[in-house]
Design a protein around this ligand. Structure first.
Ligand code: O2Y
Ligand code: MN
Length: 586
């Protein structure tokens, strides 16, 4: 008798009609065969194998260069269960719409069956997915980003406990591109894109959208968070998870080279994008990184912003939509100050400096996590690592101080739920517009965000000693528009203050929004920063925050009666504290 997996593969083959089916085992010889095939058909360009052994360049279709939120749907039976922040289609309507796009889509192509594990192979908190795809580039990428092949098939056995994801490149026409999720049946269908989050179904589709639904059902958390460990001079490591909207330097923070290295503070990487967190038997929150690689933005990455990843990506790395030097090496804007002569751009054309960038702004590297010099020796611990702090962040030019600590878990949930960031030139659309992005999950929560906030509150109630919750803003500017804080490796000073708060060592001043460091509680030796700049960085302006609180009230209205009362209370309490503080200063 067929296994549930075999039955689903047969059913998918009847629909998509491939000329051949290949079950991927994740082995080196299989990867070599696929590499050869992609070099021959132009999917891959070989990079300089002396300086970049095992590295290749892939150029995607120019109309297919980023995740497409507008074409991403959550298909629940009831529209309210997808909520006001998701695109919604009824499950049957979605299937009726997409079935014809899959019908015969793999004619003349090979269907690859990719069994994969999200999370360390030996962890009870890992989960199995199976992606069916007609893209060998997706196979090679999934091999880096997950534990793929034999290991997953062996763990699955004859069980039906896997998340199926059907993917086809289709004809790559954006008019026929859809990424749809059926969280009630834990199923993913994606057609018409071969890029990133749209096509590597283990990442955003499974590990966040479907997993967030599973997590609520079973009292755990699937979060869009990096995980890092901060080592102190005694060798003790304290772990923190952090959520940032895009363009806030999340990967750089996860892999930071500490400016306090000489004092014995070092940052270790567990993960750069996603955290699955569960409550352990002792009532602590423990996290695993479900991924095995980094799929990071290349432009802007250099020896200063992220020296660890720059070291990591010299071997076994897939580069997508970067530029190519005349010696066959990858290049992107922000790698070094002047572009080398003789560049080929991301379209494969000779590049002349001028209006267009040589690399696409969303060009990526896909690199095994184990290659980073910053990778923690605990990154694959089956039970996960204990989380002592949760950090939310955003890019706010004026409003938010460098760092503040929430009053308690419930207030921390409010801080996460009201997170916002100002758009940068790197994102599409207007620059400097404030986009609210609760817990950085806006595009990734697989259900109604009002229910998601309720789940966060419920998790706090189950934790014996909930992590402290902080908010950071590396991007505050002065009146002339200059950044007040140097960022990058210096951000460790803020992490150290958090650690000192956790350990009960650091002082803080109470403000209406939470506690900020006193000037002397931050470790600033070796950093040239004036007292005025520091005061500006840490200041909380009640007038600006009153405007913010009113914007939050309006944002919360979206969720109607799905918004937990506790968050309304937090918003009203903030309003009261702000008004009391304004009165006191008059
Ligand atoms: O454009 C894409 O498909 C990549 S999106 C992405 C990739 C790695 C980590 N995070 C993200 C994101 O959008 O949050
Ligand atoms: Mn992300």
């Amino acid at each position: 008798m067929s296994t549930p997996l075999e039955s689903w593969v047969e059913e998918s083959a009847r629909l998509t009609k491939p000329s051949k089916i290949v079950w991927c085992d994740g082995s080196e010889p299989e990867n070599e065969r696929l590499t050869e095939l992609m070099l021959n058909d132009g999917t891959y360009v070989e990079l300089n194998q002396k300086t970049y052994p095992g590295c290749h360049l892939h150029r995607s279709n120019p109309n297919d260069v980023a995740r497409t939120e507008g074409l991403t749907f959550i298909c629940t039976r009831k529209k309210e269960d997808a909520g006001p922040t998701n695109n919604w289609m009824a499950p049957n309507d979605a299937k009726d719409k997409l079935r014809p796009l899959f019908d015969g889509a793999m004619k003349g192509r090979t269907m690859y069956v990719i069994p994969y594990i999200m999370g360390p192979a030996a962890s009870p908190y890992s989960k199995i997915g199976v992606e069916i795809t007609d893209s060998p580039y997706v196979v090679a990428s999934m091999r880096i980003m997950s534990r793929m092949g034999k290991v997953a098939l062996e763990r699955l056995g004859r069980s039906d406990d896997f998340v199926p994801g059907l993917h086809s490149l289709g004809d790559l026409d954006p008019e026929r591109r859809f990424i749809v999720h059926f969280p009630e049946e834990k199923l993913i269908w994606s057609v018409g894109s071969g890029y990133g989050g749209n096509a590597l179904l283990g990442k955003k589709c499974f590990a966040l959208r479907i997993a967030s639904w599973m997590a609520r059902e079973n009292s755990w958390m699937a979060e869009h968070m990096l995980i890092l460990g901060l080592e102190d001079p005694s060798g003790k490591v304290t772990y923190m998870a952090a959520a940032f909207p895009s363009a806030c330097g999340k990967t750089n923070l996860a892999m930071m080279v500490s400016a306090l290295g000489k004092q014995g503070y070092r940052v270790w990487t567990i993960g750069d994008d996603i955290a699955w967190m569960h409550i352990a038997a002792d009532g602590t929150l423990r996290a695993i990184n479900p991924e095995a690689g980094f799929f990071g933005v290349a432009p802007g990455t250099n020896g200063k912003t992220n020296p660890n990843v720059m070291n990591a990506l010299h071997e076994n790395t897939i580069f997508t939509n970067v530029a190519l030097t005349d010696s066959g090496e990858p290049w992107w804007e922000g790698m070094d100050s002047t572009p080398p002569a003789g560049l080929t751009d991301w379209h494969g054309k000779k590049w002349t400096p001028g209006k267009t960038s040589a690399a696409h702004p969303n060009a990526r590297y896909t690199v095994p996590a184990k290659q980073s010099p910053s990778i923690s020796s605990h990154w694959q611990d089956p039970e996960g690592i204990p989380i002592s702090a949760i950090i939310f962040g955003g890019r706010r030019a004026r409003l938010a101080p460098l760092v503040y600590e929430s009053r308690n878990w419930q207030h921390g949930v409010f801080v996460g739920a009201t997170m916002a960031s100002e758009t940068t030139a790197a994102a599409t659309g207007a620059v400097g517009v404030t986009r609210r992005d609760p817990m950085a999950m806006l595009p990734f929560c697989g259900y109604n965000m009002g229910d998601y906030f309720r789940h966060w509150l419920a998790m706090g109630a189950k934790l014996k000693n909930p992590p402290k919750v902080f908010h950071v803003n590396w991007f505050r500017r002065d009146a002339d528009g200059k950044f007040l804080w140097p960022g990058y490796g210096e951000n460790v000073r803020v992490l150290k203050w958090m650690l000192d708060r956790i350990e009960g060592r650091a002082a803080a001043a109470e403000t209406p929004i939470g506690s900020v460091p006193t000037a002397s509680s931050l470790t600033l030796d070796g950093l040239s920063i004036s007292r005025d700049t520091l005061n500006e960085l840490l200041s909380v302006n009640p007038a600006d925050w009153t405007e913010e609180e009113q914007a939050v009230e309006k944002f919360f209205e979206k969720f109607g009666d799905r918004l937990p009362a506790a968050l309304c209370q937090e918003q009203k309490a903030l309003a009261n504290r702000l008004s009391a503080s304004s009165m006191a200063s008059k």
